[in-house]
Write a protein that binds this ligand. Structure first.
Ligand code: ADP
Length: 647
């Protein structure tokens, strides 16, 4: 076995590989770009080497530099993770020429599967069914159009060098073919430097079912299937194993085809054979076709680990170090059901647009496997994939596992960046998904329902305002009670709507809230605020906003006090603190004449200074605080007596 390996990757997959390698007594060398110097994978590593700038082309894609780092550190092997150089045969050759082991397949095997058209020829030779279509060399548009017609519409145009859904276009009728072809070729040329395409029959009601394989270069076994039909923009969102509705015959047929595919190319290490399945009539052994093989560890490998108990990274390390396959096909069994959800920094409602920002609060659920490379204080930068974590659950049945996933998502707390957590939870509640009726069109069809953000509930509003106003902390409550009149007005914004609330602090553990024509009382019990027997959701207050967690979690904006002049709620001349903060400066003395709009004090709150202005012309009667006092929201600061407007 190796003593030391270099991991030519970052983020969650670098952390995940290290976890297994370190537990096997293997020292791990991390590499990092300028953007990653404080990243978790660097912190976890036994050694870390800086390799260049933030852009992948200046760091994680620089093969020679990675190999140099491996040699300098005395590593004996390189694990590529996924993405970056993991499926680059020239890199594999360079690694091997440098006298290092590549933890993955041979360059030749990667090349055979590298282009979709060549892979299809290879698979036809190995007697693995491929999607009916054209994957020849003639790229003349008229020829391709004629092929599309003979395949029969709808068809799918795919870039032969494609990946991640790029360069892919569905065409429903001959009229649309020429334009779709031109745009697919343009996209493929710019993404992969290769504009060639192939054409496939578009499978109606398609399911994406893939088989995990593992080879030693000669023999291979399969570790059952994963269903990855829940996709948006042709990218996986939730994966599960086994596939719903899978029959023993179909599993045997798919497993055997996948093993034939792997053995045909002399595959070594972990790989995935992806099939497209026509699910219009249940799962039938004659209705699945090879799509492509991913010659690396997949993002979604944890679901396979959950149902088989196999650590795929441990297998990778053992086979790369020259050991035989760790198990025979008969040794492998499947237990229960597992799901993985990909938690992304993205705005599902805005077409799944990637989001960036600083993670101000991160709390992952208990009872789930979390694969993540970030925590509170880390940034989701524009440089890399915006995945925050993979959440994997396992249960004895699909129903139990799905329930666990839903709960895990509802307990996930992320503040600082927009995430798809509500979208994932909505997917888990989707009736069709719950029934196992999955296909790749499910998300698109029901998108409006899945991204719908309901109006905030009363519970969420109270939790947000409590947090915004500092009314959850005992120390801040004291000041509040001391200075507040009976009922105080606190406002907060949800999207573009100002929400008015009024609160009375009846006792340190008892508040009465009025909001949206409702009056409710909340009590503190078991250390939590409860509305009758329901706890208020947990919150996190960041600069200018409050994030409310739990089912259908949402964020509220604190209203900038500069938007309006400060005054008591009833025009009583009492200048109060609009939020908890530090009195930075006072410009008022008792007896002083002031004019409406004059600056009387500066309060520093949430790292910003807020000026408090006189709400009317008047005389300062009393100044109740000193500079550097910490004050609670609603605390009375300055008492003005309004002067009568002169006639
Ligand atoms: P990429 O390599 O770009 O990810 P794939 O060939 O793996 O492309 O296909 C991605 C997804 O597109 C599949 O998971 C499936 O949802 C859909 N897809 C691919 N081929 C077909 C097809 N022939 N008919 C219907 N849908 C397809």
């Amino acid at each position: 076995m190796f003593d030391k390996i270099l991991i030519a990757n970052r983020g969650e997959i670098a952390c995940r590989i290290m976890e297994t390698a370190q537990s096997m007594g293997i020292a791990c060398v991390a590499v990092y770009s300028d953007a990653d110097k404080d990243a978790r994978h660097v912190e976890k590593a036994d050694e870390a080497i800086h390799i260049g700038g933030a852009a992948p082309a200046d760091s994680y894609l620089l093969g020679e530099r990675l190999i140099g780092a491996a040699r300098a550190s005395g590593a004996q092997a390189i694990h590529p993770g996924y993405g970056f150089l993991s499926e680059n045969p020239a890199f594999v050759e360079a690694v091997e020429q440098a006298g290092l082991a590549f933890i993955g397949p041979s360059a030749a095997a990667i090349r055979k599967m590298g282009l979709k058209d060549a892979a299809k020829h290879e698979m036809e030779a190995a007697d693995v069914a491929v999607v009916p279509g054209y994957h020849g060399a003639n790229q003349d548009p008229d020829h391709l159009a004629a092929e599309a017609t003979s395949i029969g519409y709808p068809v799918l145009i795919k870039a032969v060098a494609g990946g991640g859904g790029k360069g892919m276009r569905r065409v429903d009728a001959p009229e649309g073919f020429a334009d779709a072809l031109a745009s697919a070729q343009r996209e493929a040329q710019s993404a992969f430097g290769n504009g060639d395409v192939l054409i496939e029959k578009f499978i109606l009601q398609p399911r994406h079912i893939e088989v995990q394989v593992f080879g030693d270069g000669t023999r291979a076994v399969h570790l059952f299937e994963r269903d990855c039909s829940l996709q948006r923009r042709h990218q996986k969102v939730i994966e599960e194993a086994p596939a719903p509705g899978m029959t023993p015959e179909m599993r045997a047929a798919m497993g055997a085809a996948a093993v034939r595919a792997a053995e045909a190319i002399g595959y070594k290490g972990a790989g995935t054979v992806e099939f497209i399945v026509d699910g219009s009539d249940g799962l039938r052994p004659d209705r699945f076709w090879f799509m492509e093989m991913n010659t690396r560890l997949q993002v979604e490998h944890p679901v396979t680990e959950a149902i088989t108990g196999v650590d795929l990274v441990a297998w990778q390390l053992r086979v790369a170090a020259g050991e035989p396959l760790p198990a025979t096909q008969e040794d492998l069994t499947l237990t229960g059901h597992a799901f993985e959800a990909r938690l992304y920094a993205e705005d599902a409602a805005a077409g799944f647009l990637p989001a960036t920002g600083d993670l101000t609060h991160v709390r992952f659920p208990k009872g789930a496997r979390i694969d993540s490379g970030v925590g509170a204080g880390d940034a989701i930068s524009p440089w890399y994939d915006p995945m925050i974590a993979k959440i994997t659950v396992h249960g004895p049945t699909r129903e139990v596992a799905l329930g666990r996933m839903q709960r895990a998502l509802e307990e996930t707390e992320i503040a600082g960046v927009t995430t798809n957590v509500n979208f994932l939870a909505a997917l888990c509640r989707h009736a069709g998904f719950a029934a196992g009726a999955v296909d790749t069109g499910l998300i698109d069809r029901d998108r409006a329902q899945l991204v719908h953000e309901p109006a905030p509930s009363l519970l969420q509003i109270i939790a947000a305002v409590q947090s915004a106003a500092g009314l959850t902390e005992p120390s801040q409550r004291a000041g509040f009670t001391l200075w507040s009149p009976l009922e105080r007005h606190v406002e907060i914004m949800h999207q573009d709507t100002v929400l008015d609330t009024w609160v009375e602090v009846l006792a340190p553990d008892h508040q009465r809230w009025r909001c949206k024509d409702q009056t409710v009382e909340v009590h503190q019990r078991f250390g939590r605020w409860m509305l009758e027997n329901t706890p208020l959701p947990r919150t996190h207050r960041g600069a200018g906003q409050v994030q409310v967690f739990g089912p259908a979690g949402t964020s509220f904006l604190l209203r900038d006090p500069l938007d309006r002049q400060s005054d008591g709620p009833a025009g009583d001349g009492l200048i109060t603190a609009p939020m908890p903060g530090l009195v930075k400066a006072l410009f008022a003395k008792p007896g002083q004449q002031v004019q409406s709009g004059e600056r009387l004090a500066i309060l520093e709150a949430m790292k910003m200074e807020h000026a408090l202005l006189a709400g009317c012309d008047g005389v300062v009667e009393d100044v109740m605080v000193d500079v550097n006092d910490q004050v609670a929201v609603g605390a009375g600061l300055i008492q003005l007596a309004a002067t009568e407007p002169s006639a």
